[in-house]
Design a protein around this ligand. Structure first.
Ligand code: GAL
Length: 721
């Protein structure tokens, strides 16, 4: 009896042990989990771009869609808002996110970066990092390396303490250090090469037990695997013949910028890109993004990046399936999985029928799988393969998991498309509050000589910075008599600017994705005596990409001149300016229940309409049901929106999409400029309101409107297929 019990106990332990620990390694063909080569389909879902309440459903939909792996970046500036003060709660609860993935039975690819690019503010770097003495980002620079190592080690030790690496029984099978550093290294030369060596050593030294990858890094030092990002990666080769061929970012669409159209990528082309990669020895393929989500608050970065990060991903911004994209890719994944035993056992034999016609056949005693491909973008083709005839639409790949029957063709989409409806479920009754213009002699302003760079002053605590100065006009100035207003010219490094003269709005200018710089130049109404010049400079995200993007400037750097005075042109650049960071409404926390009740709001017929710099508030009850919700901001200009104190993001429906939105054929090389929608309309009209941020009744909605939009046109909408 005792012996049987002992045996049972041993069996139990061996089962537990084998299910809790696993090894991850790689060879030239694939990533190996527990010694077994795997063809892995992965998808990016960035945890702070949705709410924890959404995570289980998103992950379930990813699993149902045939994914094996969830890939995410780690967002340093979300986790370490000030040096040494860490935050891992709410949307930044990384451990919880990874455990949700683990519970669903999927793996994790953790891209620690900690530089992430990702259309995320400052590429993921905390703004305080810029002000560490002697720092220079992403190069052989001691202060930077110290900080980067500190954060990377912090994340690795957090993952280890929660037993989240696969070797500890967790779901993380791989990590990433840096992000697309190759092009930067190429540009900066020797210090870049030294940094790459250091980064690799540092990462490997952290001893995670699972492989590291570096994307777009041709010289990734061993044992780190270099990987490919792009729209297509079939031609990619890793830098050593003992490394597997991996595609870490297959862009499912592209990001939207305010002022730009909304890009989309036809699923036929996306599926074609995946199939071509797999038929050419690829073994790990990640969709960037599988769910893009939302840039809540002020997390959008790169300049002018919209609040929506929908990305035309298979799961849309709201967590709903995007059809036919999601289903078509699910069917593709099923077909690839049927081929997996054949794929991992051998290399393909390729038959070239003609310039654009090929067969890739994986045949061994484990089975036979074939891919028949027609690369011609305009004509379909017939091919005879093993005595059978197959029709191939243009720009398509057919998958034959038994080398006989076609179970999938990338261009034959069988599921139906869904057209999403945005149905209004409520309008609002508003109260308003005027944001006053500030002038140089107001309290709480800081006087300094000359013009200061914006982020240096705000440290990104707010999008807004007031530049304030006085201009003295003699009573005998000629223009006072002849009515020829002098011209005020303000040169700014970006990104938007409101010019007030003696408290009156005199003009608004803004830059764009291609050029954030702007110039205001206009006749201004000045009077004899002291005139108050108040410039409200607005930043719209910090840069996220470019060599030494930490040195990019924002704000009014000058020159600022006044032309047409008796003396000629007066240069105001070097005179005394006063500064005020942020809006008064921000100081008062008008977006919160307590802050908003600390001031008098105007109600009923007195509510201010279509005025710049106005705060609006209202309360509303949750609409019945559980469909995702959004705010229709089409009648509004630019600003920020909060619900129950949560910042749902920058709104800028007033910025209309420039561009050519012609027809788009799936066939032929895709680029982010090929398939565009929304031209002439708001780049972003709808703003996601997560259900978990609202209560059944009495929700506080606060909008800060810079431009003078009309809040009576705003409504709450439900999104349904
Ligand atoms: C890649 C980068 C990603 C993201 C993407 C564009 O180059 O690695 O982080 O920025 O471009 O969406």
């Amino acid at each position: 009896m005792l012996r049987i019990n002992m045996l049972l106990l041993m069996l139990f332990f061996s089962l537990v042990c084998s299910s809790v620990t696993a090894s991850v390694s790689y060879d030239d063909r694939a990533i190996l989990i527990n010694g077994k080569r795997r063809i892995l389909i992965s998808g990016s879902i960035h945890y702070p771009r949705s709410t924890p309440e959404m995570w289980p459903d998103l992950i379930r939909k990813a699993k149902d869609g045939g994914l094996d792996v969830i890939q995410t970046y780690v967002f340093w500036n979300g986790h370490e808002p000030s040096p040494g003060k860490y935050y891992f709660e709410g949307r930044y609860d990384l451990v919880r996110f990874i455990k949700v993935v683990q519970q669903a039975g999927l793996y994790v690819h953790l891209r620690i970066g900690p530089y992430v690019c990702a259309e995320w503010n400052f590429g993921g770097f905390p703004v305080w990092l810029k002000y560490v003495p002697g720092i220079s980002f992403r190069t052989d620079n001691e202060p930077f390396k110290r900080a980067m190592q500190g954060f990377t080690a912090k994340i690795v030790s957090l993952m280890k303490s929660e037993k989240l690496f696969e070797t500890q029984g967790g779901p993380i099978i791989m990590s990433q250090i840096e992000n697309e550093y190759g092009p930067v290294e190429w540009e900066i030369g020797a210090p870049g090469r030294a940094y790459t060596q250091w980064v690799a050593k540092m990462a490997v030294g952290l001893d995670t037990g699972v492989p590291w990858i570096m994307c777009k890094q041709e010289d990734a030092p061993d044992p780190i695997i270099d990987t490919c990002n792009g729209f297509y990666c079939e031609g990619f080769k890793p830098n050593k013949d003992y490394k597997p061929k991996m595609f870490t970012e297959n862009w499912t669409g592209w990001y939207t910028a305010f002022g730009g159209p909304v890009p989309y990528r036809p699923v036929e082309d996306l599926a074609y890109s995946v199939a071509r990669f797999i038929q050419n020895n690829g073994s790990f393929m990640n969709y960037y993004m599988y769910h893009g989500g939302t840039n809540f608050g002020r997390t959008a970065g790169g300049l002018f990046i919209a609040t929506s990060y929908d990305y035309d991903a298979p799961i849309d911004e709201y967590g709903l399936l995007r059809e036919p994209k999601w289903s078509h890719l699910r069917d593709l994944h099923k077909a690839i999985k049927l081929c997996e035993p054949a794929l991992v056992s051998t290399y393909p034999a390729v038959t070239y029928y003609s310039k654009n016609l090929e067969a890739h056949v994986y045949e061994s005693k484990s089975g036979c799988a074939a891919f028949l491909a027609n690369y011609d973008p305009s004509t379909s083709a017939k091919v005879t393969f093993r005595n059978m005839q197959y029709d191939l639409p243009p720009w398509s790949v057919s998958i034959l998991p038994d080398c006989k029957n076609v179970v999938f063709n990338t261009a034959r989409v069988s599921s139906n498309g869904w057209h999403m409806k945005m149905t209004p479920v409520g309008s609002f009754s508003w109260q308003s509050y005027n944001e006053e213009t500030v002038s140089a002699d107001d309290q709480d302003t800081l006087a300094m000589d000359g013009l200061w760079e914006q982020i240096n002053v705000t440290r990104d605590a707010s999008d807004y910075l007031w530049y304030l100065t006085d201009v003295n006009i003699q009573p005998n100035e000629g223009f006072l008599k002849n009515g020829q207003n002098p011209t005020l010219t303000v040169m700014s490094a970006g990104h938007a600017l409101h010019v007030f003269i003696n408290g009156q709005l005199s003009g608004t200018v803004w830059g764009g994705l291609d050029n954030p710089k702007l110039t205001y130049s206009n006749g201004v109404n000045l009077r004899a005596g002291v005139n108050k010049i108040s410039l409200l400079s607005v930043a719209v995200g910090l840069p996220n990409v470019g060599v030494h993007f930490e040195t990019f400037n924002a704000g009014v750097l000058g020159p600022v001149t006044l032309k047409g005075l008796d003396e000629g042109t007066r240069d105001l650049t070097k005179q005394q300016w006063s500064y005020k960071v942020g809006l008064k409404g921000e100081d008062l926390s008008l977006h919160t229940v307590s802050g908003s009740s600390s001031v008098e709001w105007v109600q009923g017929s007195m509510v201010v309409q279509k005025q710049p710099l106005t705060w609006y508030k209202t309360t509303f009850n949750a609409p019945a049901g559980n469909e995702p919700l959004a705010l229709d901001m089409n009648s509004m200009g630019k600003g920020l929106v909060w619900i129950n104190g949560e910042n749902i993001g920058r709104h800028w429906a007033g910025y209309k999409a420039h561009g050519n939105c012609g027809n788009c054929n799936y066939a032929g090389i895709f680029t982010e400029k090929k398939c565009l929608s929304n031209c002439g309309q708001a780049s972003q009209r709808w703003y996601h309101v997560p259900r978990s941020w609202i209560n059944p009744t009495g929700n506080l909605l606060v909008v800060f409107e810079e431009w003078g939009g009309d809040p009576t046109g705003m409504s709450l909408v439900k999104r349904t297929p």
